[in-house]
Design a protein around this ligand. Structure first.
Ligand code: FNR
Length: 191
């Protein structure tokens, strides 16, 4: 039995450190035997959520695609930049869209009963830690079970190789791999 994971980042930036972190996590999860769907929110761009738009045009088509991916996954790995002490607006917008009930779905189907780990990285000294506690609140309020451990990586400009998706520190790679593996084994145990 394998775990099915969706991996995405809350940054839309082309050279985003958090996207890089998400790609590293995706690679680690695959090598640990998970089935992985990596999503770039820039490629699956969604309009700013507007209830009037939903009531006249329905749920945005990219939001529906995003929801389908979340619905079919057992769990998520989410990496988010910290903007002004919180997670990014792009991440909140995607989550707001995904929280809407599509035809044939149960309430909050995209989030309830799923497992997740959250990580962040930032050039700052705290690595986006403040945003993670808010993201934890948001996701657990939607019914997703988050593993207690999380990782915030400070000094992002030194933490990753600029030319490839690798950490500069072996110790860091080990701790992220451990967290990713724990998510997969939790899902397999509880599935
Ligand atoms: C930031 N940045 C930032 N960093 C941080 O550690 N704490 C913070 O509260 C903020 N606030 C903030 C607000 C806004 C509007 C911007 C644009 C940036 C810096 C941020 O961590 C940095 O730009 C990262 O590189 C963003 O992540 P990605 O895009 O590299 O993944």
């Amino acid at each position: 039995m394998s775990a099915k994971l969706v991996v995405f980042s809350g940054s839309l930036r082309k050279d985003s450190y958090n996207k890089k972190l998400a790609r590293i996590c995706a690679k680690m999860a695959e090598s640990a035997g998970a089935e992985v769907d990596f999503i770039d929110l820039n490629e699956l761009s969604m309009p700013l959520y507007n209830e009037d738009m939903e009531s006249t045009q329905g749920i945005d088509s990219n939001a529906l695609l995003f929801k389908e991916k979340l619905n079919s996954a057992d769990g998520f790995i989410i990496t988010s930049p910290e903007y002004n002490g919180s997670y990014s607006g792009a991440l909140k917008n995607a989550i707001d869209w995904a929280s809407r009930q599509a035809e044939g779905e149960s309430m909050l189907q995209s989030f309830r009963g799923k497992y997740a780990i959250i990580l962040a990285t930032s050039p700052g000294a705290f690595g986006g830690l403040r945003g993670l506690s808010q993201l934890r609140l948001l996701l657990s309020g939607l019914g997703t079970t988050l593993l207690a451990d999380q990782i915030a990586i400070p000094k992002a400009q030194e933490a990753f190789h600029s030319k490839n998706d690798e950490f500069t520190s072996e110790k860091r790679a080990e701790s992220v791999q451990k967290l990713v593996t724990r998510l997969i084994s939790t899902i397999i145990k509880l599935k």
